[in-house]
Design a binder for this molecule. Structure first.
Ligand code: NAD
Length: 327
């Protein structure tokens, strides 16, 4: 368990309480990362943390702060690359009882997690001129496309939409698309379509119900995830998983939200549902379903935080979900 920075300890506290209430017996190995680790060990990504993930292979993680335009490189990106967590999976759906701008949203963002502009290759070539290198490989593109189609097939989803800007980035996004097309041919029962990213953003806020599984490179996936979160109630409700062949790190889509940290205002539902995804991954789908059911029940009863129209604090909302599971 990595509590994380900012609102991380608050939401992870609620998630671990709920997981225990669901009857999942976990002996947590608490590890510091980011600012907390820098203050304690002088290193934002300490060896103890890496050793723990290598040993336990599964982690529940709070968000970690990354300085804007300065400071150490993103620890989130470093963890995803170190453990080859190549697939970022983010289910986006309307929660029953929660009134939002759209109905019928039930889509899944599949974001490539290891390359693209997040490769961190940036340099100044002359004063006032910098380059950021966008790395796209056939290997990573095929692998994430296969993940999206396998997921669609397994979860009985009907369509994968590859989102790109290959009209402009003909080589990089062109390669990504070529790989997606090649993989799509092997899954004839799953419909395949392509959409340019700017149009996809407009379509998502006009008719989100037309989408099913979205397949995206790293940067578009990051941006479109937050856009999609806005369709179903905001960053407070969307869970996520970073998955590789050997390791898995579960974390909500949101960041450290410094504007509301420590005030009891933060919504723990995204972290709780990330915990449910982890519980399912650990082989307890019935307990994961129970957690999801308890979340839906508290939302219907308006026992939630202010961002969802309730009046509970973070810990009260976590307690309400946990109580449903114990009763
Ligand atoms: P953010 O997600 O932290 O916050 C965006 C907005 O959403 C804020 O107004 C915030 O108050 C609100 N919000 C976020 N989570 C919420 C929740 N659970 N309940 C209610 N409201 C919530 O994004 P940001 O402000 O762009 O980034 C802040 C920091 O977080 C940056 O350092 C960024 O690098 C980091 N970040 C980390 C991760 C991660 O660890 N995976 C992800 C995104 C951002």
């Amino acid at each position: 368990m990595i509590p994380g920075d900012g609102i991380g300890p608050e939401v992870i506290g609620a998630a671990t309480e709920v997981i225990a209430a669901a009857g999942v017996d976990i002996n947590w190995d608490r590890q510091l990362a980011g600012i907390a680790a820098l203050e304690t060990f002088g290193n934002p990504i300490p060896d103890e943390l890496l050793r723990s993930i290598r040993k336990n292979r599964v982690a529940l993680k709070g968000p970690l702060m990354t300085g804007v335009g300065r400071g150490f490189r993103s620890i989130n990106v470093a963890l995803r690359k170190t453990f080859d967590l190549y697939a970022n999976l983010r289910p986006i759906r309307n929660l029953p009882g929660l009134r939002t701008a759209f109905k019928g949203v039930d889509l899944v963002v599949v974001r490539e997690n290891t390359e693209d502009l997040y490769a961190g290759i940036e340099h100044q070539i002359a004063p006032g001129v910098v380059e950021s290198v966008k790395v796209i490989t056939a290997k990573a593109s095929r692998r994430i496309a296969r993940f999206a189609f396998e997921y669609a097939q397994r979860e009985k989803r009907h369509k994968v939409t590859a989102i790109h800007k290959a009209n402009i980035m003909k080589l990089s996004d062109g390669l990504f698309l070529a790989c997606a097309r090649e993989v799509a041919k092997k899954y004839p029962r799953v419909k395949y379509e392509e959409m340019i990213v700017d149009n996809a953003c407009m379509q998502l806020v006009l008719r989100p119900g037309q989408f099913d599984v979205l397949l995206l490179e790293n940067l578009y996936g990051d941006i479109v995830s937050d856009l999609c979160a806005g369709l179903v109630g905001g960053l407070g409700v969307v869970p996520g998983a970073n998955l590789g062949t050997r390791y898995a790190i579960f974390e909500a889509v949101h960041g450290t939200a410094p504007d509301i940290a420590g005030k009891g205002l933060v919504n723990p539902i995204g972290a709780i549902l990330s915990g449910a995804m982890m519980v399912k991954h650990l082989g307890h789908p019935e307990m994961a379903d129970a957690i999801e059911g308890a979340v839906e029940s508290v939302i219907r009863a308006r026992e939630c935080t202010r961002d969802l129209g309730g009046s509970l604090s973070t810990s009260e909302c976590g307690d309400a979900v946990a109580k449903r599971l114990r009763d």
